[in-house]
Ligand binder design. Structure first.
Ligand code: MG
Ligand code: MG
Length: 247
């Protein structure tokens, strides 16, 4: 999983540097697909089917721009100065998976939009710091939700993190908020557990809907911008280790 995670990091790092005004989301995806196949890995998202979409996901990356939250389909869209773009990458290498995402500004984004990116990344960092074996996940999730809401933003409810290992989506579900319903499926963090933690944060309401090609793309209903940061981590006795980090 460390090797898969490192490849995901390298792909995202490369794609983030290419996310400049005038490039298409399709070109970013093409570069990522080459890197993944050159490394002998397979992209996890390509070919995924789900209930509401009319065709299998056609790309290695999910690329979601501005009010798009997740699952944006790469294509002819040109990135513009001031856009924000969420890049989500998953690979399987030697039978094990890594999954990570980050949102970057294209050129110069507005100060309040940059704050959305900072708060979302800080929410993921907070979770990584607070994780340790023996703790209930809901304690971490509640802190994540409080950080987001104290900044005046909202946590997306319709999508959550997940266990990950030989498959991309394994149990348990890993929500970024805490409510009565979530508490019923709360779980205790255990040493060796591998989780994809992925806060999705919006500047307005957390309500989302589906649009775009094949109805894949999840957008905010109010059209306000969204950000998404994700790491695959392993729970340790004393904390956690990020598997999708560089260095
Ligand atoms: Mg992901
Ligand atoms: Mg994920």
């Amino acid at each position: 999983m460390r090797r898969a995670g490192r490849l995901v990091y390298d792909v995202l790092d490369s794609v983030a540097r290419q996310a400049v005004p005038g490039v298409t989301t399709g070109a970013l995806n093409a570069g990522a697909e080459r890197m993944i196949s050159d490394a002998g890995a397979t992209p996890l998202f390509k070919g995924v089917v789900n209930n509401q979409a009319s065709f299998p996901f056609p790309a290695a990356l999910c690329i979601s721009v501005n009010d798009e939250v997740v699952h944006g389909v790469p294509g002819e869209r040109l990135l513009c100065d001031g856009d924000i773009v969420s890049l989500d990458c998953g690979v399987r290498l030697n039978g094990y998976c890594g999954d990570s995402a980050r949102t970057v500004a294209v050129g110069t984004a507005a100060p309040d939009v940059l704050r959305l990116l900072e708060v979302t990344e800080a929410t993921l960092s907070l979770a990584i710091r607070e994780i340790r074996a023996g703790r209930m996940w809901s304690e971490v999730a509640l802190q994540m939700q409080r950080l987001v809401e104290a900044a005046g933003f909202s946590v997306v409810r319709d999508f959550v993190g997940h266990g990950i290992g030989q498959d991309m989506h394994e149990d348990p579900k890993v929500p970024n908020y805490c409510d009565r319903k979530q508490l019923r499926s709360d779980f205790r963090l255990q040493k060796g557990m591998t989780l994809a933690i992925e806060p999705m944060v919006t500047m307005g309401s957390h309500a989302v809907e589906y649009t775009g090609p094949g109805r894949w793309t999840v957008v905010t209903r109010d059209g306000k911008y969204a950000a998404h940061f994700e790491h695959t981590v392993v729970v340790t006795e004393t904390g956690s280790e990020v598997l999708t980090a560089g260095g």
